[in-house]
Design a protein around this ligand. Structure first.
Ligand SMILES: Cc1cc2nc3c(=O)[nH]c(=O)nc-3n(C[C@H](O)[C@H](O)[C@H](O)COP(=O)(O)OP(=O)(O)OC[C@H]3O[C@@H](n4cnc5c(N)ncnc54)[C@H](O)[C@@H]3O)c2cc1C
Length: 407
């Protein structure tokens, strides 16, 4: 009998796993509980995703070519989106998840994957296979047998829960999508904004990301700040001020973001990918590309070991993952700690974004997922500039915007 893989969650990670498995000749069944509402998300995606997954450009609402970074004191740095070697591929893609995810699901179905509308309600894993129970939208229970299950079911991963794994530390992110008159949208023609400061995000960042006909404004806040999230978003909107005049609220949405990768991402007959495995990078809260890459890598390893799907073999996936991306993850985690650690560091971070060496390194790693070590002369130049900026900001404190103009 042909082997079958059940994928729980048909968002970016799940759909990519199904596409990869089907193209390797393995039957993939996608189980998704929500086929109407989009996953809450800023929808910023690096061009590498479009190249590597052969995605059509029509999925892109806007190509962001400039990034405006605003520090807690209102210090502004406008960074052109450009890597070390300038190319037409220098942009950040802005997508709407409802469009992007639907496309990937359709591609998975075109490749032969089955898509079931239902919510996983139980999972049994035994020596001979996996038996999943799910509830369809009418509330009726069904069972489904498979050889292996891939948990692509996000930050709250029910698959991980059924395995008995502890839940991961999570950040919260909330966002409003606001339709703006064309003259207001012009301000964000090809620019995205990042705002830093305790009043808008104590330990991550807040954003204004342009879509085709609306702006998505949102905040991320680490564990312990969930209660403050609504107030942080209100503060962000106050900071955006008249830029949002005439705006009409389309949608308010919120979801969790995992803050740490899981210790293990593969078990007997089970693999976890994307948010379910905790694969979000900290500085940018970026998870779409990583969900797709982990899906692809997990599916490729699974194809080689589907006859013997024990933890021992399936963990080749996690070994490969950390070999390939471990340095980048560690660097970006350090960058979050260094750049968003406190408001003075946020000032230093904003200032350092003016440094061309820092800009190139940042965008090479974001856009093209390349992290080549900089030449030693460049490293020395950056170190000197960072030290000067650190000292300057620690000797003379900049006044946060909220202290200049209290609410
Ligand atoms: C507000 C916000 C803004 C963000 N902005 C960005 C950004 O700009 N760029 C970026 O790269 N990343 C961003 N992220 C992170 C990004 O959204 C995630 O990292 C990415 O969606 C992870 O993909 P995934 O496929 O692993 O999981 P998800 O996209 O979370 O998908 C999980 C799927 O599993 C389904 N599911 C869950 N439980 C069940 C069940 N019991 N049965 C069946 N199906 C189930 C869900 O319905 C969902 O479709 C943001 C996140 C948030 C919350």
């Amino acid at each position: 009998m042909k082997q079958r893989v059940l994928i729980v969650g048909a968002s970016v990670g799940g759909a990519t796993a199904a596409i990869t498995l089907q193209s390797l000749g393995i039957e993939a069944v996608l189980l998704e509980r929500e086929l109407v509402k989009a996953k809450p998300c800023g929808g910023a995606i690096p061009p590498a995703a479009f190249r590597e997954f052969d995605l059509p450009q029509h999925l892109i609402d806007r190509k962001v070519k400039n990034c405006l970074i605003v520090s807690p004191s209102g210090q502004e740095t406008c960074v052109p989106v450009a890597g070390t070697i300038p190319s037409a591929d220098d942009y950040v893609a802005m997508v709407r998840r409802e469009v992007f995810d639907s496309y990937l699901r359709e591609r998975a179905q075109e490749r032969g994957a089955t898509l079931i509308h239902g919510a996983l309600s139980n999972l049994e894993i035994n020596r001979s296979g996996v038996v999943a129970t799910y509830r369809d939208p009418a509330g009726k229970e069904h069972t489904l047998a498979a050889d292996v299950v891939i948990g692509a079911d996000g930050a709250y991963s029910p698959t991980a829960k059924f395995l008995g794994l502890a839940s991961m530390p999570r950040a919260v992110a909330i966002q409003e999508r606001i339709a703006l008159p064309p003259e207001k949208m012009a301000r964000w023609e090809d620019t995205a904004d990042l705002y830093l400061g305790y009043e808008v995000s104590p330990d991550l960042y807040s954003w204004a990301f342009p879509k085709r006909d609306h702006i998505a404004v949102g905040i991320g806040a680490g564990p312990g700040h969930t209660q403050a999230a609504k107030q942080l978003l209100a503060n962000l909107k106050r900071r955006l001020g008249s830029d949002l005049d005439g705006g009409r609220l389309l949608l308010r949405e919120a979801h969790a973001l995992p803050m740490h990768p899981r210790k293990h991402m593969a078990f007997d007959r089970v693999m976890l990918i994307g948010d379910a495995a905790g694969l979000v990078v900290h500085t940018s809260g970026e998870g779409i590309y990583w969900a797709m890459k982990s899906a692809e890598m997990a599916a490729q390893v699974l194809a080689d070991y589907l006859d013997v799907p024990s933890a021992r073999y399936l963990r080749i996936y996690e070994k490969r993952w950390w070999r390939q991306y471990g340095t980048m993850y560690r660097f970006l985690r350090w960058l979050q700690w260094w750049g968003y650690g406190n408001e003075r560091q946020m000032e230093v971070f904003t200032e350092m974004c003016r440094n061309q060496d820092v800009q190139r390194l940042t965008f090479d790693s974001y856009m093209h997922k390349q992290m080549a070590p900089a030449p030693w002369l460049v490293q020395m130049r950056m170190t000197r500039d960072i030290l000067v900026s650190q000292v300057r900001n620690y000797v003379a404190r900049r006044t946060p915007v909220r202290e200049l103009s209290p609410a």
